[in-house]
Design a protein around this ligand. Structure first.
Ligand SMILES: Cc1ncc(COP(=O)(O)OP(=O)(O)O)c(N)n1
Ligand SMILES: Cc1nc(C(=O)O)sc1CCOP(=O)(O)O
Ligand SMILES: [Mg+2]
Length: 204
């Protein structure tokens, strides 16, 4: 499936709870979200597989791929379109072998040292962050700011998406430093109108 990093929704189980995971995602896709990541740090594999299957069904025909955060087994078992892993989430080569060549595989990069060691041939994109401090990820690295983001983008051999504290008002600045787009949790999840919240990234 085609990879478009323009507006990447990363779900949060608590922020999506009131409206519901599937309904939140479907509304956000109506608003222009181009990629969706199922992220829940505490759910069991069985629960995540069920959620991923329901999201895949809801996204059918939209052209928007579904990525699973962290769990290779869940991505494979659920038939998701890809996997996003961090620096400590497992081996890129192992993930690529298990997922197959057609799957989308993303990796988090927080600094230039990590960038120097990426396995670019087996990856499709990088997630660069956090740009700003954010309560959505308690254990995040030192914020990059836009200057730090620009340095990482310049060093990246792969398409890159910025993440961490990003709101609609940052969409232009993210693209100005050369990133393909913004990945967001709270700017869409938990907003009273996720469709309008997503659309705002295209109108500012
Ligand atoms: C698009 C995107 N970029 C970065 C991350 C963070 O991944 P990671 O560092 O593995 O942290 P967790 O999300 O697993 O807490 C991401 N999920 N998505
Ligand atoms: C999942 C995640 N990863 C980050 C990183 O820096 O790698 S920051 C983050 C959470 C982003 O949430 P919000 O859009 O609400 O700030
Ligand atoms: Mg991770």
């Amino acid at each position: 499936m085609r990879l478009d990093l323009t507006l990447y929704l990363v779900t949060d189980p608590h922020l999506c709870a009131e409206r519901g995971l599937v309904e939140t995602v479907v509304a956000a896709v109506r608003g222009g979200v181009t990629l969706v990541q199922l992220r829940d740090k505490h759910a069991s594999d069985a629960v995540l597989i069920d959620q991923a299957r329901r999201l895949k069904a809801a996204l059918a025909g939209s052209g928007v791929p579904l990525i699973v955060n962290d769990r290779l087994a869940v991505a494979v078992e659920s038939g998701a379109d890809g996997l996003h892993i961090g620096q400590d989430d497992g081996d890129v080569a192992e993930a690529r072998t298990a997922l197959g060549e057609a799957a989308i595989l993303g990796l988090s990069v927080q600094n230039l040292e990590q960038m120097a060691h990426i396995d670019a041939e087996r990856l499709d994109y990088l997630g660069l962050g956090p740009v700003f401090a954010t309560p959505s990820k308690r254990d995040h690295a030192e914020p990059l700011g836009f200057a730090g983001l620009a340095s990482l983008v310049a060093a990246s051999p792969l398409p890159a998406v910025a993440i961490g504290g990003l709101k609609a008002e940052h969409a232009t600045a993210v693209r100005d430093v050369g990133a393909q787009g913004a990945a967001v949790v709270s700017a869409i999840c938990g907003q009273p109108d996720p469709e309008a919240a997503a659309r705002a990234f295209f109108t500012r």
